[in-house]
Design a protein around this ligand. Structure first.
Ligand SMILES: CC(C)(COP(=O)(O)OP(=O)(O)OC[C@H]1O[C@@H](n2cnc3c(N)ncnc32)[C@H](O)[C@@H]1OP(=O)(O)O)[C@@H](O)C(=O)NCCC(=O)NCCS
Length: 173
């Protein structure tokens, strides 16, 4: 791989644009595609078959599991976990023949986790240390330190930083 990517592990079948940026200590596994303008932080693990679209931004220490699709308009902060085959969308009302569609951004705040096979409908913010249950369809903002579940995803519980359920909002003073 190119010298600008020293101290990064790439599996030989990874397809990484020279115009992306990847932080030291990150690992990029089989068949991952990283598009132009994408930024991946330090010490990230980008697992097999992940697609990272152009200009996507991913912070430090993130784990992105097999088969995840992260489209243009998505920003992922530090310490985020994304379970296998989760999808982030970027077009709220897709039509193949609409050439004037616009990207709807999504923000995933630090420390949050997205369960396997979750679908994140664009235009929302997932708060810090929030958790999205496996298979959920998230259509609205997720408050920090909360667990949401189901389709559509709904509040289930407050949680602490480790994801344990708690009975109070830790942000309440
Ligand atoms: C959401 C999650 C964290 C909850 O775990 P938990 O705190 O142990 O919760 P419980 O198993 O006690 O379940 C609580 C309730 O929510 C339901 N539930 C649990 N996970 C659910 C999910 N993903 N979607 C919908 N309902 C779910 C349970 O059936 C249970 O319902 P009940 O109260 O009617 O019996 C967990 O189920 C989950 O989805 N984890 C993500 C796993 C994952 O994707 N890992 C990725 C790496 S492999």
């Amino acid at each position: 791989m190119q010298s600008k990517f020293a101290n990064i592990y790439f599996y030989p079948t990874a397809n990484v644009s020279e115009n992306s940026e990847i932080g030291v200590g990150s690992k990029i596994w089989q068949n991952v595609q990283v598009r132009e303008g994408a930024i991946i932080g330090k010490n990230c693990n980008i697992s097999k078959d992940v697609y990272i679209d152009f200009n996507v931004s991913i912070g430090n220490n993130c784990k992105i599991q097999n088969g995840v699709s992260i489209f243009h308009g998505v920003t992922i902060e530090d310490d985020v976990f994304v379970g296998p085959n989760a999808v982030f969308t970027n077009d709220k009302v897709p039509r193949s023949f609409n050439l004037e569609w616009s990207v709807v951004p999504t923000l995933v705040k630090h420390g949050s986790s997205i369960g396997a096979n979750a679908t994140i409908v664009c235009g929302i913010t997932i708060g810090e240390y929030a958790m999205v249950g496996a298979g959920s369809v998230v259509t609205k903002d997720v408050k920090p330190y909360t667990l949401v579940l189901g389709n559509p995803a709904k509040f289930y519980s407050y949680i602490d930083k480790m994801g344990n359920k708690i009975e109070y909002d830790p942000l309440d003073k």
